[in-house]
Design a protein around this ligand. Structure first.
Ligand SMILES: Nc1ncnc2c1ncn2[C@@H]1O[C@H](COP(=O)(O)OP(=O)(O)OP(=O)(O)O)[C@@H](O)[C@H]1O
Ligand SMILES: [Mg+2]
Length: 251
């Protein structure tokens, strides 16, 4: 299978706090990779360095056959990555002054240059997939967290990206809404898009992930098949973290 994103030696510090200390890993085209790791281990920073929401200090990325020096992005590098990727955040990040339909059509009109009518057709199709077609005229403030996140996922999918980066998409949701969002993500996963997902949802990782990448202290400390990482972790830190997750669930 072709590689889609390859990272070598990604480093990032904030002032004198070294957050990413040389991250190496690869995501192949169509692969679903889950990233786990304790709070503060640099997972969000890693995703943000991939799409230039944050600029790394060092490292190289091969992004779909384009070699990008991560400390010196060109305008074309940014365009190349942004035009083929989308991101779904923990906090939904919908535009509060736009209704559901407009939240999805906005990027299609502004970035992809579709006409308003074409954009509405595409948007409705994706909103139907996430079960939100009956709420087109609702504003985000009138939706539950799970509904808002489903709109955010439809917005990302509508851009027809090659890869979607998810940063803990369910961690801000009430427990009863987690399932509906994970259900939508599982459906997307079956459609072939490449997914890089920061999440601690073990069930989702077990069902969907081709690989789990475990981060600790600014580096990848374990990378392998879900069955190996979840049930036979080799790294001490992975064991400890998975035990903590298990205890949190049962307490
Ligand atoms: N813009 C910033 N300025 C300064 N420090 C930052 C910034 N963004 C992140 N950090 C710090 O970098 C470290 C890694 O943060 P990051 O958000 O990547 O961790 P994370 O693994 O996503 O954690 P969590 O699981 O809590 O979301 C943290 O210590 C955080 O305080
Ligand atoms: Mg984070």
């Amino acid at each position: 299978m072709r590689k889609y994103v390859e990272l070598y030696g990604l480093k990032k510090s904030f002032r004198n706090l070294e957050v990413l200390k040389g991250v190496d890993f690869q995501v192949r085209k169509g692969e679903k990779v889950v990233i786990m790791g304790s709070s503060g281990s640099g997972k969000s920073t890693l995703l943000r360095c991939i799409n230039h929401l944050e600029k790394a200090d060092d490292g190289v990325m091969n992004y779909n056959d384009r070699i990008i020096k991560l400390s010196h992005w060109t305008k074309d590098d940014v365009k190349h990555v942004r035009s083929t990727s989308a991101m779904v955040f923990q906090g939904y990040n919908l535009f509060n002054h736009l209704n559901v339909l407009q939240n999805v059509t906005e990027g299609l009109i502004q970035v992809k240059k579709y006409s308003r009518a074409e954009a509405a057709d595409i948007a409705e199709n994706y909103l139907e997939k996430v079960g939100m077609k009956d709420r087109l005229k609702h504003y985000p403030s009138a939706l539950s967290g799970g509904q808002q996140q489903r709109v955010a996922i439809a917005r990302a999918m509508a851009l027809n990206p090659d890869i979607i980066l998810f940063d803990e998409p369910t961690s801000a949701l009430d427990p009863e809404m987690v399932g509906e969002v994970l259900g939508v993500m599982e459906q997307i996963a079956s459609e072939g898009v490449t997914m890089l997902v920061v999440t601690h949802e073990v069930g989702f990782a077990r069902n969907i992930a081709d690989r789990i990448v475990f981060m600790d202290n600014g580096v990848v400390c374990e990378d392998g098949k879900p069955g190996d990482i979840l049930y036979h972790p080799r790294n001490n830190r992975t064991c400890k973290f998975l035990n903590l997750l298990e205890n949190r669930k049962t307490s």
